[in-house]
Design a binder for this molecule. Structure first.
Ligand code: CO
Length: 132
């Protein structure tokens, strides 16, 4: 069993885009800084999953580069895994390319890693192991 943890969307301004999602009946549960990625993120819970809005806090943020190149929009999808290191090893053993050798600290204290879009049919895929 796999869970779709969240869908990540790159935005230029959290406040501006939150107004749109609020009009759809979705509320941010929290706004959090993720210093490792130079981001401010807001999670909007939906039954069984979330929308993650990603606002870059510095020009060198990978999400700032994404927006400069492609504009705001769909950025990644994230699957929840119980053991991220085991999942990474399994992917590597099958020849799939990861963006880092070790998981990094993501939002909510989770451990995360990204799979290169080259290995995933053009989709940036994140894996997330919840804290605890
Ligand atoms: Co994410």
């Amino acid at each position: 069993m796999r869970f779709l943890d969240h869908i990540g969307i790159a935005v230029g301004s959290l406040e501006r885009r939150l107004a749109f999602y609020r009009a759809l009946g979705l509320e941010a549960e929290a706004v959090e800084e993720v210093p490792s990625e130079k981001l401010r993120v807001a999670f909007l819970p939906i039954e069984g999953t979330s929308i993650e809005l990603l606002e870059p806090t510095a020009p060198e943020s990978p999400v700032a580069a994404f927006i400069a190149k492609r504009g705001e929009g769909l950025h990644h999808i994230c699957f929840r895994v119980a053991d991220i290191r085991a999942a990474m090893a399994e992917l590597r053993a099958n020849g799939f390319e990861l963006l880092a050798d070790e998981p990094r600290r993501g939002a909510h204290g989770s451990l995360v890693c990204f799979i290169h879009p080259r290995s995933a049919g053009g989709v940036l895929v994140e894996l997330s192991q919840p804290e605890g």
